[in-house]
Write a protein that binds this ligand. Sequence first.
Ligand code: ZN
Ligand code: FE
Length: 255
Amino acid sequence: MPVEVVTVPCRSDNYAFLVHNTESDETALIDAPEAAPIGAALKARGWKLNDVLITHHHGDHVEGLGPLREAYAPRVIGCGADAGRLPALDLSVADGDEITVAGQKTIVHDVSGHTINHIAFHMPDCAHVFTADSLMALGCGRVFEGTFEQMWDSLSKLAALPPETVVCSGHEYTQTNARFALTIEPDNPDLISRAAAVQAATAAGTPTVPSTLSDELATNPFLRAGEPSLKAALGMENATNAQVFAEIRRRKDAF
Ligand code: ZN
Ligand code: FE
């Protein structure tokens, strides 16, 4: 089914995404950081809002839901195990569930770490994954609630999706992430060229999100914790991948 995916900048550095099915005229929203820009994006295209998919409970991903709910009465979908911290859900989902939104097959993945019960939504037929604050462009979310091991497992699941998958993440943090990534892999040629592209896009005010999983696999230090060259650069040849991930995440927290 043909879909159009629209990135909607919200607040100071959040992104929401609209997935519109051009045949059925249905639209799904991933995360609701702020109602006004999302409402404006829908109005500009004459779209209604059928479904809202919530990735996790943080305010900057849900606080815009109220007015959208009033205006469009969408079906609100989120992690049932986190229902106590989420806005009222019309459909509760769990890891491995397969649902249909905007006519698209959508698979739910538990990607806990940033929060417990953070979920990602993978639409395999249009090759998009909505990762919010789990996998980010050249980075990953801070590990607030889970363990480093858990976050590494979550990122590993996302890393196993088809490399052509488009990664729609929740924030414009890419320029800082690029500066940090270069401290881990200063000689990675793919990273050097991506960092330059990110710098240019940021200077021009152009979003650097979404990205592709293949670019993340080549340049995102958090996905590359298992690379022998990266382990060697950190002097951690004998450490587990999760231990290397934890070291990179700790360095980023102090960056
Ligand atoms: Zn968050
Ligand atoms: Fe966030």
